[in-house]
Ligand binder design. Sequence first.
Ligand SMILES: [Zn+2]
Length: 442
Amino acid sequence: MKRMSSLAYHFGIRLRFYPSSKQKKLIKLNYDAQRFVYNSYVGRNRSSYHAKCYFLVKQSKAMPFAFSILNRYETKLAETVVANNELLAKPKNIRDAYSFLRIKEIDSLALANAIQNYHKAWNNYRKIGYGIPTFHKKRSDWAYQTNCQYIKQDEAYLNNGTAKFIDAKHVKLPKLGVVRIAGLRKLIKERLFKHIPTRIGTVTLKKTAEDQFYLSMQSGSDLAFVKELPKTQNQIGIDLNLDNFLTNSNGAMVANPHFYRQAEKKLAHAQRVLSRRQRRAKKARRNLRTAKNYQKQRLIVAKLHDRIRRQREDFLQVLSTALIKNHDLVVAEELRSKNLLKNHALSQAISDVGWRKFLNMLAYKGRLYGKEFITIDPKYTTQRCHACGTIMGHNGYKKLKLKDREWTCPICHTYHIRDWNAAVNILQKGLGSWQNPKKQAT
Ligand SMILES: [Zn+2]
């Protein structure tokens, strides 16, 4: 049987499900266990690090003859480091060390996933240079991952793994047993009933802050999940900007729907009520988790946030599908959000519009429907005249400023709308029809 990564097509399945109260408790238990494991890794790694720093400082300050003499505190420190290293050496060690992690209700794969996520977080940090793994707080939304395993089967289907579809209404999950699910997508239903080989990979169980339960499954197959869309012979470049959501190379604009700003007043009010109730509960020394009015209000706030999230999601889905459907090639600029996000005023707007999510959608929809989506380096895309290739800011031409929304090329006298021109440049760069700007300039 093929591994998940060697399958040709991948597809995400997301389903709402309705656990019983007993199953809810099991989900909470596994979420807590997963968090415990993750936090143990973070904590032990931290204490080892601090010990190391302590000894380094001591070494540099102390007199040479004092090296070998450790006081009681230091001996203890050195022992902790040894214990930490031992525990972190092998994934199974943590289960051996804590007996409560070995009870049968806890999914061992959930613990393994916690360790994997911890290592992933470190790898991410090494790649992008920020975001050291920190402790996971206890939250009102829960999630944990497990895996669907196929033991001794020749071929993987939607209904023969450890996580499997029983019919269109029920799924069996490891440790939880059978849960009822809300409607299944036609595409998945067909796969299930026609018995098309499909492998299920990671399964994530989630409870949202507004107390709804969702199941996400990765699935993979060698047979395409959807038919490729017909070719249209159209190509398009898109420029993402803050005035509007995007401008395309045909000059059309899509306005920026400020969902967050629209709901801001309502949200601000609800949040004020929430923090007031929090203060009151604290004053009366009540636990927040059992403070009824606080919890009621928390749900209201969560629902408001959820509504904004859904509106945004829907907007991005519709727009990205339309772009992929109507074009064979879509070109966009790479986002360098780390630089952009340094500017705090911009960061709110950027997180509101969700460009990164949008580009991810374009990428996977392009793959799914047999279309091409590429991103290019945004260098000079704004400053270049798409008609003659002159680059503003070079050879004595004044660089365009952010406020220059419209301009005329000093060489070929073409009148440009800034974002439209940028979108055309992006498309041209994607098609490889840019000449070297330096050669062009001389
Ligand atoms: Zn020009």
